[in-house]
Design a protein around this ligand. Structure first.
Ligand SMILES: [Zn+2]
Length: 247
């Protein structure tokens, strides 16, 4: 098992050592930790070093922070960070940002990060919320590297387009109770799927923060939906994550 997308950062979770220990005990092979603003980066580096070959880092810029945080600082830090396995999450968030000026700005910044990923030859982890059409268009026109749509919640037509491009779709543990992820999991071949928790969000256990050890719930649910076995879904999604992140 690999948790392809978690935020194990002091902003989001307490007891980080314990969460990592839980993940190891649950049998995970790796956790991909996603920093989404410049002030997360030092901690991400620390936890990656301390858990080498278990915690990997992706660095991005949350699209919903476009009005509050200068993206340039993030851009420079990401450009200079040696060991990142992907760039992201980056993308578009039209749920939180409704103003057309700021949406345009999001698009410009998104393109800059895609270009950076092309330059660094690192895959892209994409956040898209209520902006799938524009997001896919921008990616198609600009990205020369593999793409992973994190916690994808677009429609089936968009999901099919993603796999036609040989990109990956990440199914979160929320697949247990969210129809949209269930439909995608049912209709997309396993060869294009990885799993994630999006820790600490979208917990499959009511009243508790999510954590990487819970990623097995996504695997279980996908196995049920696809009338497959836990072992098969585990094996294929783990291989997919290894291939995508080159870990
Ligand atoms: Zn996330």
């Amino acid at each position: 098992m690999i948790d392809s997308h978690a935020h194990i950062l002091p902003d989001f979770v307490n007891d980080i050592e314990k969460i990592i220990e839980n993940a190891r005990l649950a049998g995970l092979e790796a956790v991909v930790n996603s920093a989404i603003e410049p002030r997360h980066i030092e901690f991400a580096k620390y936890i990656e070093k301390k858990n080498s070959h278990f915690v990997y880092t992706t660095l991005g810029f949350s699209a919903s922070y476009i009005q509050k945080i200068d993206f340039l600082e993030a851009y420079e830090k990401i450009r200079d960070y040696p060991s990142l396995v992907a760039i992201g999450e980056v993308g578009l968030d039209y749920h939180w940002i409704k103003d057309s000026y700021w949406r345009k700005k999001q698009q410009e910044v998104f393109i800059k990060f895609i270009q950076l990923a092309n330059e660094r030859q690192k895959p892209l982890v994409i956040h898209s919320r209520k902006a799938e059409k524009e997001c896919l268009e921008i990616l198609e026109n600009n990205a020369d590297v593999p793409v992973l749509m994190h916690c994808f919640a677009g429609n089936l037509e968009e999901a099919k387009k993603i796999i036609d491009l040989c990109w990956f779709i990440s199914i979160p543990t929320a697949v247990r109770n969210r129809k949209i992820h269930r439909r995608i999991a049912q209709n997309i071949p396993l060869e294009y799927i990885v799993v994630e928790t999006d820790t600490p969000f979208l917990s499959p256990i009511p009243g508790k923060k999510n954590e990487p050890a819970n990623v097995r719930y996504a695997i279980e649910e996908i196995a049920t939906l696809k009338e497959s076995t836990f072992e098969e879904v585990d094996e294929v999604t783990t291989l997919n994550a290894r291939e995508f992140f080159q870990i």
